[in-house]
Write a protein that binds this ligand. Structure first.
Ligand code: SF4
Length: 332
């Protein structure tokens, strides 16, 4: 049964939802290995180049209230996160962007909390585009207006990220009581209408079902400029309301990577190193990912706490892993 489904996938035939669910139900190592071999083969048939994305956290001040229950990024949410409020100055953003260029990392993600209607994202984009050749993704969730999206387009932003996290409305409301799924979906639509590449991902393990995950992946296909899907697994941040909630198992996270690769052979699949754990980067590449995010080089001038967990991927270590697997790190 699994062999048949994977053969169909290899031949580029479309799989049904039930077939994808069958793949998610795999629980023995042999079939799991076959699944990952298939997804990696599909990735490699498109390209063996792995993109690296570094990060600048513009601000951890976020006006979402009540806070998302898992959030360890916003001010005063977790003693393991940033905890103290910050807003990076133009000079700090510039120095961080230049350090990323010097480290030969080709891409930066500039992200921040809610409350600025995208102004902080526009400012960061301007600084990066005026002073470097870096590709830029901005991520301020659904906190963007059509005007700020237009400005980002004018500045030449490469990608705008707005993660829906889960499209199970009940789970979304429970875990993100101050946020709005419909506003996030609206933001994704506006990004597409502006002709900007859209990144929109899943935060796995908030209470959604495997069926919800497949439905979510299909739903993303409606966005015409969709170019990137981050696959994040829940990790509890200390002191948050979900501190005692179980982390999402790595094996399940990797299965979603593989299934996403089969469903979208040429999409950029992003594994944020904090949520997969820097030591597990190798497995995410073996499962079919082709972009590693929150990659930080030794020359980076700012303190970094990963968004889904406090750690992050070190540039040299990540490059070593990519090369060890016979893949090509995209550097500048
Ligand atoms: S997860 Fe993001 S949107 Fe939610 S409270 Fe934290 S910073 Fe704000």
């Amino acid at each position: 049964m699994i062999d048949e489904i994977l053969n169909k996938a290899k031949q580029g035939q479309k799989l049904s939802d039930e077939e994808f669910l069958e793949l998610l139900r795999i629980d023995d190592d042999k079939n799991l290995e076959k699944l990952f071999e298939t997804s990696a083969e599909i990735r490699n048939s498109q390209s063996k180049t792995i993109k690296l994305t570094s990060t600048v956290h513009i601000t951890n001040k976020c006006q979402i209230q009540p806070r998302c229950k898992y959030c360890g990024f916003a001010e005063e949410t977790s003693s393991k996160g940033y905890y103290n409020a910050f807003y990076k100055s133009d000079d700090e953003i510039l120095k961080a962007a230049l350090s990323i260029t010097e480290a030969h990392i080709p891409r930066v993600s500039c992200s921040g909390g809610y409350g600025y209607k995208g102004k902080q994202a526009v400012n960061a984009c301007r600084i990066v585009k005026e002073n470097t050749n870096l590709e830029i993704l901005v991520n301020v969730g659904g906190d963007l207006t059509s005007k700020s999206i237009e400005k980002l387009a004018e500045l030449g932003v490469d990608t705008v990220c707005c993660n829906l996290e889960t499209i199970n409305e009940e789970v979304f409301k429970k875990t993100k009581p101050g946020d709005s799924l419909s506003q996030r979906i609206e933001t994704c639509k506006l990004v597409c209408e502006a002709g900007i590449g859209l990144s929109s991902g899943l935060l796995l393990g908030l209470g959604e079902s495997p069926e919800d995950r497949i439905r979510h992946l299909r739903f993303l296909g409606k966005f015409k400029t969709l170019e990137e899907i981050p696959i994040m697994g829940f990790n509890p941040y200390d002191d948050t309301p979900m501190a005692d909630y179980p982390p999402f198992p790595l094996k399940e996270q990797l299965k979603i990577v593989a299934v996403t690769r089969i469903m979208y052979p040429d999409i950029r699949i992003t594994m944020p190193t904090p949520t997969v754990g820097p030591e597990n980067v190798e497995y995410s590449l073996k499962a079919g990912a082709n972009n590693l995010a929150t990659v930080i080089a030794d020359n980076y001038p700012l303190e970094v706490k990963g968004v889904g967990a406090p750690e992050y991927g070190n540039y040299s270590e990540v490059v070593n892993v990519i090369e060890k697997l016979g893949l090509i790190p995209q550097t500048i």
